[in-house]
Design a protein around this ligand. Structure first.
Ligand code: GDP
Ligand code: MG
Length: 405
């Protein structure tokens, strides 16, 4: 994605609030009088002339948060209040805010930001710097070097943050690259490019699996699916300045549910499952086919070792042909090869790669393991299939044979 070279890009800090009267006024003052001033004066090292705005989405807080924001919006022309009629969940509040920021405030970049000083305002310019470096999606992570959780957190909250985050990562992304890349999936500090990303997301919150805290996973998942150039920077997550956490007791359950639903409906995962099924069917064809050919070719004079080899080769070729056809029409139906000439060349490539990834490499591994650890043929075959054949085939199919246009 190209960097938008418009001279004054607009960044909107979206802050959802529920009973944050003791924080939000202080936060707006701090952002305007310190953070944005540093950005404007270029003391924070940014190059572009950022037009910084604040949008507070208030869930009709009974403690008068809305009033505080309204007062501040009279003092500062860059402060806006979106009043919800009721508390509707943090996820719903963010989507309303994002939509408003894009439609009414002409946002080029949108921040997800907490109003309780848990997200240090000093991180904002650091994130914008990465945007200036060309990133579409910059995320504050508590889990990378330099990031941290609050010192005051008890065992339970830490446990949920560490283990919960890891499990969510696993459910959403394993074994694909985002599993290793996204270290803090439940973090709430992010900036997203509007053009090509936030404007491509469905901001109607009926499409969210939850209006509560799990929305973070869904926005993350969908933004990465759009191919956002992504970077994590360290986040020192502080303790709350004032007031109480609104996190609900069922949040952990909600987060796992959302992670699971995202994965269940994920196109790449469905593709991977189909690829697995086709591979499994191929394996059955290969073993059953070898028996069949042996049974019809065998005579009292047969040389058994020659016969077994021939039967296996014939069955393996049939399995390769069937794998190619099923993958072409089913697994990779969206990238289906129809052109006759291409069909032939791709099939030959497929054939060759099947021999390499399914026979040559695994045989070397099996031989090596046998040499090192003794005779355990079946175990070594399983190891070779999972560590070589499957990943290598998946890679070649996606990057070479059925490469996306
Ligand atoms: N508008 C709105 N804001 C909410 C809602 N739930 C939480 N928030 C705000 O979202 C931010 C993050 O929530 P917080 O309670 O601090 O969660 P924690 O940081 O995980 O403990 C805070 O500024 C809350 O006031 C909600 O239902 N509606
Ligand atoms: Mg908080």
């Amino acid at each position: 994605m190209k960097v938008n070279n418009k001279s004054n890009p607009i960044a909107v800090i979206v802050i959802p609030t529920y009973n944050e009267a003791d924080n939000i006024g202080e936060m707006i003052d701090f952002l305007n009088d310190k953070t944005f001033l540093d950005i404007k004066n270029k003391t924070s090292g940014l190059i572009r002339n950022w037009d910084m705005k604040i949008l507070v989405v208030d869930g009709n807080s009974p403690d008068g948060t809305g009033k505080v924001v309204e007062e501040k919006s009279k003092k500062y022309s860059n402060v806006f209040l979106y009043s919800e009629t009721s508390k509707d969940g943090i996820g719903a509040a963010y989507l309303k805010g994002f939509k408003y920021a894009m439609d009414n405030l002409k946002a080029d970049f949108i921040f997800e930001f907490d109003g309780d000083f848990q997200h240090p305002p000093e991180t904002i310019p650091l994130m914008l710097r990465e945007v200036e470096n060309g990133y579409d999606y910059v995320i504050g992570s508590r889990k990378i070097k330099g990031g941290s959780n609050p010192k005051g957190w008890g065992f339970k909250r830490l446990f949920y943050s560490e283990i919960g985050g890891l499990v969510a990562r696993f459910i959403m992304f394993f074994p694909f690259k985002n599993f290793w890349r996204v270290t803090d999936p439940t973090t709430g500090l992010k900036v997203t490019r509007v053009n090509g990303f936030a404007d491509k997301l469905d901001m109607d919150f009926d499409h969210l699996y939850t209006k509560s805290f799990g929305y973070k996973l869904q926005l993350l998942f969908e933004t990465l699916r759009l191919g956002a150039k992504y970077k994590e920077i360290p986040l020192n997550f502080h303790v709350r300045n004032a007031g109480e956490s609104k996190i609900e007791t069922n949040t952990a359950k909600d987060i796992f549910r959302v992670a699971f639903l995202l994965r269940l409906h994920d196109e790449q995962t469905r593709k991977f499952l189909k690829f697995g099924i086709v591979g499994g069917v191929g394996f059955i064809i290969n073993t059953a086919g070898a028996r069949f050919f042996k049974s019809i070719l065998i005579t009292p004079e047969s040389n058994l070792s020659l016969l077994n080899g021939l039967a296996n080769a014939m069955a393996a070729e049939i399995a390769i042909i069937s794998n190619f056809i099923f993958n072409n029409t089913w697994t990779f139906s969206k990238e289906k090869i129809t052109n006759m000439l291409k069909f032939v060349t791709k099939f030959l490539t497929f054939n060759l790669s099947s021999v390499i990834s399914g026979i040559l490499f695994p045989s070397v591994v099996v031989a090596t393991l046998t040499y090192l650890f003794g005779d355990r043929l079946f175990l070594y075959q399983v190891i070779a299939i999972f560590t070589i054949t499957i990943p290598l085939n998946w890679f070649i199919y996606n990057k070479v044979i059925w490469k996306k246009k």
